[in-house]
Write a protein that binds this ligand. Structure first.
Ligand SMILES: [Zn+2]
Length: 112
């Protein structure tokens, strides 16, 4: 007799682990950038294995090409493009540029 674990349970566990890995990546970045890169890789692998999607926030925290953990002002340049309503992230480690749609929040639509 084998005990069955529901896939949802696995997914839930995986999601939590991924979140922890990203937190760790952020904490380790200052001292060990290469270690945070490893955490990002692990988080990605776990997401693929358990079919868990990374949140948009998570995706914006690493480079899709070299998987470096991205820290704005350190190894990443962030630009918002109002005309295209997108956020442009440039990885300064490998130069890869990724664009993300910029979601306007209601109520913050002030013109500066
Ligand atoms: Zn990169």
């Amino acid at each position: 007799m084998t005990r069955r674990v529901k896939p949802e349970t696995w997914k839930k566990i995986a999601k939590e682990r991924i979140k922890i890995l990203f937190d760790q990546a952020g904490k380790e970045f200052k001292k060990h950038p290469e270690r945070s890169k490893r955490y990002v890789e692990l988080a990605r692998k776990m997401g693929m294995r358990y079919n868990v999607r990374l949140t948009k926030e998570m995706k914006m925290r690493f480079c899709k090409k070299c998987f470096s953990y991205l820290k704005p002002g350190v190894n990443c340049r962030v630009r918002t493009r109002r005309d295209k309503q997108s956020v442009v992230l440039t990885c300064l480690d490998c130069g890869f540029v990724s664009r993300y749609p910029y979601i306007r929040e209601k109520g913050i639509n002030k013109k500066g």
